[in-house]
Design a protein around this ligand. Structure first.
Ligand SMILES: [Zn+2]
Length: 244
């Protein structure tokens, strides 16, 4: 038990009781944790604005006896102000936060994962509209692709995993571990533009990814493949990935 000072991003806030909230937080020191924020929803709360989902803050957490920490203080490091002035950016940031919530493990600090999360939010805060729905914004897809790498789930993409045939391949199987040719399929559809997009997302920094303008079919295929890998290996389904 004790006090933990850590950089953190709030992933989700759930109302609790009359005026309290339970925060799901991704911390640099401890990975994903839950924290009770007493009185957060009172109009007089000084902390409320500092723990909005998507804001990067330094939190003071008190380690209690159970799984739950208690929020004692918060100082803003970066507001990511650009998210709050643009509904599409905010929606895209929501997809990033949801993916982090579902994929990043509890109580396991990971400097690379924290860095990826704040870079994704910072990039989105200044990103142009990509002409795609928020869940297909290239930064959202890039974040998902890089989560696969962090989770040790990077699929093979350069050849058919069954027979070694070179691209174009056209199919993908999370269970088989990567791309398949038409003869070795079925798997799910994964046409060449989607495969090329995923390879680019894996190999490029987020700032460059923000400039990409993939067509919606390639973006959808890539999203479906990332979702299939997460579902197969982590049992994770991303609600935001469901086309609306
Ligand atoms: Zn094959």
């Amino acid at each position: 038990m004790g006090i933990v000072e850590t950089d953190a991003v709030v992933l989700r806030t759930i109302r609790y009781g009359e005026a309290d909230a339970v925060l799901s937080v991704y911390t640099r020191e401890r990975g994903r944790v839950s924290a009770m924020a007493k009185g957060l929803r009172k109009p007089t709360s000084r902390l409320a604005g500092r723990v909005q989902p998507g804001v990067w803050s330094q939190l003071t957490l008190h380690e209690g006896r159970g799984d739950m920490y208690a929020l004692r203080g918060a100082q803003v490091v970066r507001t990511h102000a650009g998210l709050w002035t643009d509904a599409r950016r905010l929606a895209a940031a929501g997809c990033v936060l949801e993916a982090a919530l579902r994929v990043l493990p509890e109580e396991e600090g990971d400097e690379d994962a924290f860095g990826l999360l704040v870079r994704a939010l910072g990039t989105l805060a200044a990103a142009d509209d990509a002409g795609l729905p928020p869940h297909l914004h290239p930064v959202v897809l890039g974040f998902g692709a890089k989560l696969l790498v962090l989770s040790g789930l990077l699929p093979h993409l350069s050849a058919c995993v069954a027979c070694g045939a070179p691209p174009p391949l056209g199919r993908f199987s999370a269970r088989a571990g990567g791309t398949l040719c038409a003869a070795c399929g079925p798997g799910i559809r994964f046409d060449e533009p989607g495969r090329a997009l995923l390879v680019t997302l894996l190999g490029s920094p987020l700032r460059a990814i923000a400039e990409l303008r993939p067509d919606s079919d390639a973006a959808l295929d890539t999203e479906r493949v990332i979702g299939a890998v997460l579902s197969e290996h982590l049992g994770v389904g991303l609600r935001s990935a469901t086309p609306s």
